[in-house]
Design a protein around this ligand. Structure first.
Ligand SMILES: [Zn+2]
Length: 153
């Protein structure tokens, strides 16, 4: 897959979400809290939220992007595809993660952190996380699944 293809494939948050969903839950979505499989998926609309800026003390309107969420029908937990994963700990948009993964997969001699930063405006720190968590293109193994969950076994 070249970068253009990746860009097309993961152009929307929905596409990224679907991809991670299959990576994370190959046998169907499982609730991270009670492991129930009775889970429904829904999408929130983009909205706005009023919040007080802690630095300036002023009210500001923040845009909340549309999100794809899951609800467990057994314990009522609401979660997203990245809940409890490395993705959840970063403030990087999913689309950018996929660009980064594509760049690394395609770079023959590896990619310098500087180049990565230039191409994606991603910090070097984020890249380190990426390197330990990006999926392989040739299918997944148990240990990879574990890495996607942010744990090692
Ligand atoms: Zn549950």
């Amino acid at each position: 897959m070249n970068l253009t293809e990746v860009t097309k494939k993961f152009a929307t948050p929905e596409a990224c979400n679907d991809f991670i969903e299959t990576m994370r839950w190959p046998d169907g979505v499982v609730c991270p809290a009670c492991e129930s499989k009775r889970v429904t998926k829904y999408q929130t609309q983009e909205g706005t939220r009023n919040r007080v800026n802690s630095k300036t003390g002023k009210n500001e309107v923040k845009t909340v992007p549309a999100r794809i969420l899951y609800v467990c029908l057994d314990c009522e937990l609401k979660f997203s595809v990245t809940t409890g994963t490395l993705f959840n700990d970063t403030h990087l948009e999913l689309e950018k993660w996929f660009m980064a993964v594509a760049l690394m997969v395609n770079a023959k001699k590896g990619l310098s952190a500087l180049q990565m930063k230039r191409d994606l405006k991603v910090s070097v720190q984020n890249r380190v996380v990426l390197e330990s968590s990006h999926p392989r293109s040739d299918g997944r193994s148990e240990s990879e699944t574990a890495r996607w969950d942010g744990r090692s076994r």
